[in-house]
Ligand binder design. Structure first.
Ligand code: GSH
Length: 263
């Protein structure tokens, strides 16, 4: 079988591509790349970023180009609408998710101490055990954190959570009653949003997401009905940004309580 998907376990862009491959039932093999051993990525694609996809010798890098290439090779079910205006909107929203949503979600994952610890653990768990990798993956996680600080500045947790809650409100308002961003079927834009938001599972901010009913449903639907429970009666989103602190602190507490029960 010849479709090989090179990923990181915790990459939002890889999560976007992985979900598209599964949704279209494309046969593929996944290789989790070690961040310090990217020789094959460089050799295959001429650059160092993940994800890349090798379609039987034809290599594509960048999740947007990969999504387009999957669409061309595996057209059903279609993830781009036929209508040019709708298709344009999907492309714009995909771009917003990949670049704009990233500026909100990446600091949330890497700068809130609890989220950092869990994200680091998830990265570590995607490689075999061993003392050497305990150290290298810890160093890589710190390097990612520094990169995020250099790129986005250092945000306080409350500020990051407030900003996230605000963006989740916009997204909730934009999602159609069908549950998707454009039209009545999932599109590449929905998968790009999924790629980022799915990385927040059980982190601080997750309850904020789950409180937005359509957002929660989107993540559940595109993740194949995974772990997300959609509350029957989602709490109403906070009306004014000033109320986000108390609102989100309550949600964080609820989420911690839930985790404590699970452990
Ligand atoms: N625009 C690219 C972004 C890919 C990207 O930034 N990948 C990150 C992982 S999430 C990466 O490989 N980072 C390694 C590095 O920066 O050296 C896409 O959509 O695939």
């Amino acid at each position: 079988m010849a479709n090989v998907f090179f990923s990181y376990a915790i990459s939002p862009y890889a999560a976007k591509v992985r979900a598209i491959l599964r949704h279209k039932q494309v046969p593929f093999r996944e290789e989790i790349v070690h961040p310090l051993r990217r020789g094959e990525i460089k050799r295959l694609s001429g650059q160092l970023l993940v994800p890349i996809m090798d379609f039987d010798g034809h290599v594509v890098s960048d999740s947007t180009a990969i999504a387009q290439a999957i669409e061309e090779r595996f057209p059903e079910p279609a993830l781009l609408p036929a209508d040019p205006a709708q298709r344009g909107l999907v492309k714009l929203l995909e771009e917003w998710a990949d670049e704009g949503l990233a500026t909100v979600v990446q600091p949330l994952r890497w700068l809130i101490p609890y989220n950092y610890r869990v994200t680091h653990q998830r990265m570590r768990a995607s490689y075999p055990p061993g003392r050497a990798d305990d150290l290298t993956i810890a160093a890589v996680a710190r390097a990612v954190q520094l990169k995020i600080i250099r790129k986005h500045g250092f945000g306080r947790p409350a500020h990051l959570l407030n900003r996230f809650a605000e963006v989740m409100d916009y997204l909730e308002a934009v999602l159609k009653p069908t549950g998707f961003l454009v039209g009545d079927q999932p599109t590449i834009a929905d998968f790009a949003v999924y790629g980022f938001l799915s990385q927040l599972e059980d982190l601080d901010g997750w309850e904020t997401l789950r409180a937005r009913r359509r957002v929660a449903k989107l993540i559940k639907t595109l993740g194949g009905g995974g772990a997300v429970e959609v509350p029957a009666q989602a709490p109403a989103p906070a009306a004014r940004p000033e109320t986000y602190d108390a609102h989100d602190q309550a949600l964080i507490d609820a989420s911690r309580l839930r985790r404590a029960k699970v452990q």
